[in-house]
Design a protein around this ligand. Sequence first.
Ligand code: VG1
Ligand code: CO
Length: 542
Amino acid sequence: MTRTVSVTPFKDQKPGTSGLRKKVPVFQTPGYTEAFIQSVFDSLEHYQGKTLVIGGDGRFYNREVIQTALRMAAANGFGRVLVGQGGILSTPAASHLIRKYEAFGGLILSASHNPGGPTEDFGIKYNISNGGPAPEKITDAIYARTQVIDRYSIADFADVDLDALGTFEGGGMTIEVVDPVADYAALMETLFDFDAIRTLVAGGFRVAFDAMHAVTGPYAREILVRRLGVDPAWVLNATPLEDFGGHHPDPNLVHAKELHDLMMGPDAPDFGAASDGDGDRNLIIGRGVFVTPSDSLAMLAANAHLAPGYRNGLKGIARSMPTSGAADRVAAKLGVEMHETPTGWKFFGNLLDAGRCTICGEESAGTGSDHVREKDGLWAVLLWLNILAVRKQSVMEIVEDHWAEYGRTYYSRHDYEAIDTGQANALIGALEGRLDSLAGHRAGSLKIAKADSFTYHDPVDGSVSRNQGIRIFFEGGSRLVFRLSGTGTSGATLRIYMERHEPDPARHGQETQAALSPVVEAAEALADIRKWTGRTAPTVIT
Ligand code: VG1
Ligand code: CO
C-alpha cells in the first residue's frame, strides 16, 4: 500500500557543495528527510521501472534513512534498488555501482568528513547515471522543489534486512542487498598492477592506512590486507562506527595527527595514508614527508602511465580553482589539456564524460580519475603504491625529484570554522567591492597583479557558474584565494588558500608556513580577518 503524506516546505538556505548536510536532529524532524527525498524524485524524469543505488558511510541514522528511501523509491515507481550490505557503500563504490549496473542514479547518504552521531551531521546527495554528483541544473531544481513541496509518497512494508545479501521484494520493487566491496575491488584490479604492489609489500615495504572508523575499513581489509598482503595491524581504526569513535573522519593534519606523528617518528612505516568518512578523500604521507594534496595530484599525473590503467597516458588534467598550480606544470610538460573548475567534484563530470581529462583533483584531499565520477581515496593510495612499486624509490625521493623537475609549490589552507554567517558574508562582500581597484596596490610586502571573482564557463555544456571564490594574484607568482565553505553545518567557514611557487631547488627545504608568511600577511592586510571573524588564528591549518 502506498500513502501520500503532507509536509511543509523547507525554510533552509540553499544546499552547498555536496547535497544537503544538516545536523541529525534536523533530519529527524517528522517529514524532513522524506520531503528532501521526494524533492529529489520530483526533480527527475522517466525513472519509472529503473534502478536506483542506495548506500551510505555507516554514520548514525544511515540505516533508518535507507529504510525510508527504499519505501519511497517503491512508492515513486523505481523498479529496482541496489543497496550495500549493512547500508554501506563508499562514495566511489556507489559511483562505480551506478555505472556498472547502468542505474538511473543513486542516493548517497553521508556528511563525508563531518563528525557523526545523534547530535552531529548527516547528509543526502543525489548522483546521476554517469555516477557523478548531480550538476547544478538538477541541484537547483531540487532546491526549488524543497521550497514548495507539500506531500510525499511512501509504501508500507516491513524493514528490509540490510545485513543479509540477497534479493527481496518491497512495495512491488526489487531490492538487492549487494556486497559493497566486491565490484569496487575488481575495478581496482583492472587499473593497478596488484602483483607489483604485492611484491613491494612482501619485500618489507610497510604500509599504514587509517580508516578513521569510517567507511573504508572493509575496503582496506579486503584490498590492502587480503589481496595485497599489508599487515592488518597497520590498518588502523578499520571498524566503521556510527560516531567514528567521536572523531572527525577528516584526513588532514589536525584530525589524522596520530598518523602524521607516526610517519614523522623514528619507527615510521614507508607509506602512510588515510581516508575520510565516505571514502572519497585521501591523505598521503611518506616517511618524514607530508605530500600536500595539490602536490599529490601533480605527482600522480606525472607518473600515472606507470600503472596499467593509465599506460596510454592522460587525456588531460583538471583541478578545482583553489588547488595549486603544480598540476598545470605537469599538463604543460605532457602537452595535455588543463582545466580549472569551481570547488566540488560535480564540475569534473562533464570533462570526464567528454574525454577531456583523465585525472582530477582538489586541494581538499580529493583525487580521482575517469574510472568513476567521484573522487576516490583508496584509488589514490593504490596509484601511489603502484608508482612506488615501479620506481622502487621512497616517497621522499619521488617528491624531491618532482620538485627538482617542476619547482616546489608551497601550499596551505587556513580555515576559520563556525564563524558568524553575517560577518563572513560581510568580509567577502567588502573584498568583492574592492576587487576592481586592487591591482597595483600592495598587501603587506606583496604587490597585487590582478584580482577577480572566479567565473567558470563549462567548455562542454556552456553553463556558467559565478562567484566561485575571490582570487588575488601577486607579482612574482604567489596567489591567495578566499571562499566560503558549502559543506559546513555550523555558522560559516571561511577558507583562505595560499600558494607560492619556488623554482630554486636550494630553497625547497623551507617550512611551509614560513615559506608562505608573506601571503598570510597579505591575506590579513587585505581582508581584516581578525576584525570580521573575531579570531586571532585559524581553527584548522592544512
Ligand atoms: C569541501 C571541499 C571541496 C570538496 C567538498 C566535498 O567543500 O573544500 O573541495 O569537494 O568539501 O568533499 P567546501 O564547500 O566546504 O569548501 V566531501 O569529501 O565532503 O564529499
Ligand atoms: Co568525503
